[in-house]
Design a protein. Structure first.
Length: 378
């Protein structure tokens, strides 16, 4: 059995944040949509999701670290005659103190309905899709009942048999003689591993598990205003329940792609506007592109400085699930363009402006002696 930490390419002491980061990276790398028809990438993708479902759950991870398995029915004390000491001492206290600590009061039957596992998956969208909201068809790898054996795990033409040891209960009882007297402990049946059934001939498709991993297409609506790292819950879209239990949930981790012209800060957006020197000095009415592709008029006041920020109110991102449809603002950062080449007329005009403003041009001596020399030469 492959080490789950090695599958996610993290160390055993990795934090939950490190595990989540590694998972997102690998999911992007091996997602079936990026490798159509590549069976090896698909198998790797399945292993990544299976490993993450364990290591992202603190309780499952702790059990895996301690026993090397996440099977709640596995017995770590199998080498000690199959005795489950947690149950043994639970029943001991139950008899001694009136049943408050009995294993039978806290053990859930192996055949009881249980909710299926949750699934977590990364979905990438553009900033424009985050601005407008989008409906996506998401491919999700999930376990489902094997159609070949109808979920029984038995080879077609055969069927599971009732376990002769536990008679279908999934549990066995053992009587123990102690200094406190005789008491009874309940353990998972070692023959059927708590299922209550025995499969003599296993299905070739699912290898006796009754389930196969298959791609499912799920339509999800991503609301306007979502941001990277937000988690969207899709109820009932996770793994199928066990023994008739409800399905788990699907959690989508949003990854908003970087936009070349807009930078996001919460619900606000930032963009740039390039002006000529006369426009900045005299003021102008400029057209600013909005994220949705439209244009908005922006009054640039006279004397606007290089690097100054102007604001278009309400032209930012919508706030996710806001009942009042509140939106952020668009901040426009002004940059003044300096021309690299000038015509002779433009050069003369700028020199005249420099003289008028008493601003010496670079390369000319602005000292008193320099001015005297130019007067003498004239």
């Amino acid at each position: 059995m492959e080490d789950l930490y090695e599958i996610l390419e993290v160390k055993r002491d990795a934090s939950q944040a490190d595990i989540k980061k590694a998972y997102r990276k690998l999911v992007h790398q091996y997602h079936p949509d990026s490798h159509p028809g590549d069976k090896e990438a698909e198998e790797k993708f399945k292993k990544i999701n299976a490993a993450y479902s364990v290591l992202n759950d603190p309780e499952k991870r702790a059990r895996y670290d301690q026993f090397g398995t996440t099977d709640p029915n596995s017995n770590p004390f199998g080498g000690m005659g199959g005795m489950d000491f947690g149950d043994l001492f639970g029943d001991l206290f139950s008899q001694a103190f009136g049943g408050g600590f009995g294993a039978s009061s806290r053990r859930q039957s192996a055949n009881s309905p249980r909710q299926g596992d949750d699934i977590e998956q990364v979905v990438s969208i553009t900033l424009l899709e985050a601005f407008k909201g989008v409906t996506r068809d998401i491919d999700v790898m999930k376990w489902e009942n094997c159609q070949h054996c109808n979920g029984t795990g038995a080879k077609p033409g055969t069927k599971p048999e009732t376990c002769p040891r536990c008679h279908g209960s999934g549990q066995t009882r053992q009587r123990q003689q102690t200094m406190f007297g005789v008491f009874e402990s309940i353990t998972t049946c070692p023959d059927c591993h708590g299922t209550g059934k025995m499969i003599r001939e296993k299905c070739d498709e699912c290898k006796g598990t009754g389930h196969i991993h298959k791609k499912h297409k799920i339509e999800v609506k991503i609301p306007a205003g979502v941001a990277s790292n937000m988690r969207l819950r899709v109820p009932g879209a996770g793994e199928a329940g066990i023994n008739g239990g409800p399905a788990g949930d699907l959690y989508l981790i949003i990854d908003v792609e970087i936009h070349p012209d807009f930078e996001r800060d919460g619900a606000d957006l930032h963009t740039s506007l390039i002006l000529t020197y006369p426009q900045a000095v005299l003021g102008t009415e400029a057209k600013v592109k909005i994220l949705d592709g439209s244009e908005e008029s922006l009054i640039v006041p006279a004397g606007t400085q290089h690097g100054q920020t102007l604001k278009l109110k309400g032209k930012g991102m919508p706030r996710v699930n806001s009942p009042l449809k509140v939106t952020g603002d668009l901040y426009v950062h002004v940059y003044i363009e300096i021309p690299k080449k000038l015509t002779e007329k433009q050069r003369e005009l700028i020199k005249s402006l420099a003289d008028e403003m008493k601003a010496p041009i670079s390369g000319e001596d602005s000292s008193i002696l320099g001015k005297f020399k130019r007067w003498f030469q004239e």
